[in-house]
Design a protein around this ligand. Structure first.
Ligand code: MSK
Length: 651
């Protein structure tokens, strides 16, 4: 028997609700319906099962977790730690393979063999080359770029030493990693080793597995992901504050609507160039459309929303609702977070669903392979034509585009925050640190991650951020969480007056920035690591990331990438809270270590909390604890000096 939730219990996003209502009226199934009709496996949800060999699968009781062991004798702690570590390895592999794709693309651009892409940000090239120790003095841009590309590629297969970008962390952090033996040697090596260690009969010490997972996750945050962000900035531009529109209302009835969904930025960048191509626009017009409307979705969309201001249709759980509008002529996808059910959803409407990456084909989808290194423009034209030719197949009586769209300001990279606070010549985090020290800003929170149809769509993200802002916590965002807040109007400078405590409001209004900063796609969480390192370097807030009054959260996470991100933040010294639930059995040694003991080793720890208000309180309590340790718990009022007080000043 169907047990579907009421639409108002599924989402707080108006346009999503409208499309879910339409889908139900049209008898079309969405992932929300599938989640309602399929209870999550309670044993899997706790990692209390093991299917790493054929002596099982074995399952243990979460009520009496130490009463039994698996056939091989593996304990509940081994079950959980292996499951956790494999999630970290998969997430690290995903971000890092994305980083490798960007490195290969960049090499082709650097060598001058790829006329379809260019180096858009030479200043970022020089800065990133410096991070890699590539000589820049007196050398041509081409020579520097080729050396940088090779240096980046070498990080994937490197076998010894440590990843170069780990040296950009504060010294105390680097030394801690070194002492614990968790400096990542090479990206691929850490992923392979984690898969080996979690094989039957290898690593069976939960703590050793969790620390192994740290080493692997750090290869994501300070390796694959950071490389991806750096090279994407060089090729497509380092984000600067830019206005854009967001939500399903960006789709246009009279236009050919083409959505790009996935993660890698180059295809959307190419299609963005082509969307104003006179010949293609003429072809769209010949089909009866007013033009071409290219929009992004999920993290591909985030990549180019923060760089080019390309309109954004919405987050992970809006992909199905987008197709339900009946106005999407083509959805092009590359890698990650592409739900297989979208192919069936597209078949219920006129939408052409096209996979474009050799790694990610989906049965039933059309496949047109896009390669950044060659023929990108030619393939881009082919892809655009799929949408253009399909416009005539729209069924007018099934088209319904939600009216809602929101304007936002995004594009807060580390570089743009530095500039915004300090100007061109004095770019600096000093004003940020000063305002944290004087208490106007209590601390900084990274609120990131996905949507999950098992929780009320966007609601956990929004309520959590509201609580944080009210308590003067500045919020930095990436991924689908950023999209949730942007749609709800939190990424406009005016949001400061509406949602912030007095201190944060004053700072935001002085600088003219929104209180919620959109920093990019989920792979761009590496920007947050860079920003945290810079806060330490700027001074006054301790000498390690774990000293900072900061915290992280992924309130509606669903992907293994989120676990890798969570673990690299914890392993970098950040207290990190997950909503939904992180697979574990409460009260086990594994759980006690992850949610407690690991802090002694790495300075950060995990927490799980589904209630956004309690989640906010956990983060605020942690921030307060760090403020106290720094001796800055008292808010310092700004003192206005009269003449008498000035005379008393001993200067
Ligand atoms: S797309 S990993 S649902 S953030 Fe990056 Fe969104 Fe999470 Fe995918």
């Amino acid at each position: 028997m169907s047990k579907l939730r009421e639409i108002q219990d599924i989402t707080v996003c108006e346009s999503t609700a409208q499309m879910l209502t339409k889908a139900r009226a049209e008898g079309v199934e969405t992932p929300f319906d599938r989640a309602d009709n399929m209870s999550a496996c309670p044993i899997g949800a706790q990692n209390a099962c093991c299917k790493h060999c054929a002596m099982g699968p074995c399952r243990l009781s979460s009520k009496a977790p130490y009463e039994k062991v698996g056939v091989c004798g593996a304990t509940i702690d081994t079950f959980q730690a292996r499951g956790f570590a494999r999630m970290v390895a998969a997430g690290t592999a995903a971000h890092s393979d994305h980083g490798r794709e960007m490195s290969e693309l960049f090499l082709s651009v650097a060598k001058g063999e790829n006329p379809d892409f260019v180096i858009k940000d030479p200043a970022r090239l020089l800065a990133f080359a410096k991070d890699f120790g590539v000589e820049t003095e007196g050398r041509t841009e081409k020579d520097i770029a080729v050396d940088l590309a090779e240096a980046c590629l070498s990080q994937f297969g490197q076998q010894h030493g440590h990843l170069k970008l780990m040296e950009t962390a504060p010294k105390k952090r680097f030394d801690k990693w070194k002492d614990l033996g968790v400096l990542s040697r090479g990206v691929d090596r850490e992923v392979v080793e984690m898969m080996h260690r979690t094989h039957m009969g290898v690593d069976q010490d939960y703590k050793n597995l969790v620390l192994g997972a740290s080493r692997c996750s750090l290869a994501d945050g300070w390796g694959g992901a950071m490389i991806s962000t750096g090279l994407s900035d060089i090729m497509f531009g380092t984000p600067k504050p830019i206005r854009a529109e967001i939500d399903l209302g960006v789709l246009k009835k009279e236009y050919v609507n083409i959505i790009v969904h996935g993660h890698e930025p180059h295809m959307l960048d190419m299609l963005a160039e082509l969307s104003s191509d006179a010949d293609l626009v003429a072809k769209a017009k010949a089909q009866g459309a007013a033009g071409i409307n290219l929009v992004g979705m999920c993290c591909s969309g985030n990549e180019q929303l923060i760089r080019r201001g390309i309109p954004h249709a919405g987050n992970f759980m809006q992909c199905d609702p987008a197709i339900v509008t009946g106005a999407v002529d083509a959805m092009m996808v590359d890698v990650q977070c592409i739900q297989q059910g979208l192919v069936k959803m597209a078949s219920c409407y006129h939408t052409k669903f096209v996979t474009t990456n050799y790694r990610a084909k989906i049965e039933g989808a059309q496949h047109i392979e896009f390669h950044g290194e060659h023929d990108a423009r030619k393939t881009g034209i082919e892809l655009m034509m799929v949408g253009i030719n399909n416009y005539k197949n729209r069924k007018a009586d099934r088209v319904e585009i939600p009216a809602h769209k929101q304007t936002m300001v995004g594009g807060f990279s580390h570089e743009s925050i530095n500039y915004m606070l300090g100007g061109t010549y004095r770019g600096s985090y000093t004003p940020l640190n000063d305002n944290i020290i004087n208490g106007r800003i209590r601390g900084v929170a990274g609120v990131v991650g996905c949507n999950n149809p098992r929780v009320k769509h966007d609601w956990v993200h929004i309520e959590l951020v509201k609580e944080l802002l009210k308590n003067d916590v500045l919020v930095v965002q990436t991924g689908c969480s950023a999209i949730a807040l942007a749609k709800a109007g939190f990424m406009q400078p005016e949001a400061a007056a509406k949602y912030c405590g007095p201190g944060l409001r004053e700072v935001c209004e002085t600088v003219g920035m929104p209180p919620v900063l959109h920093s990019g796609a989920c792979v761009d969480n590496s920007r947050v690591l860079v920003a945290l390192s810079e806060m330490v370097r700027t001074g006054g807030l301790g000498d390690d990331i774990s000293d900072l009054p900061v915290a992280g959260a992924a309130p509606e996470w669903m992907s293994e990438k989120a676990v890798a991100i969570g673990h690299y933040f914890v392993s970098s010294g950040v207290f990190t809270v997950f909503g939904v639930g992180l697979p574990h059995v409460p009260g086990t040694k594994f759980a006690d270590y992850l949610f407690g003991g690991i802090e002694q080793d790495l300075g950060g720890k995990w927490a799980v909390e589904q209630d956004p208000y309690k989640m906010a309180q956990l983060m605020i309590d942690h921030i307060n604890k760090k403020r106290e340790a720094l001796g800055i718990q008292e808010k310092k009022e700004r003192k206005l000096f009269d003449m008498e007080a000035r005379r008393e000043l001993k200067v």
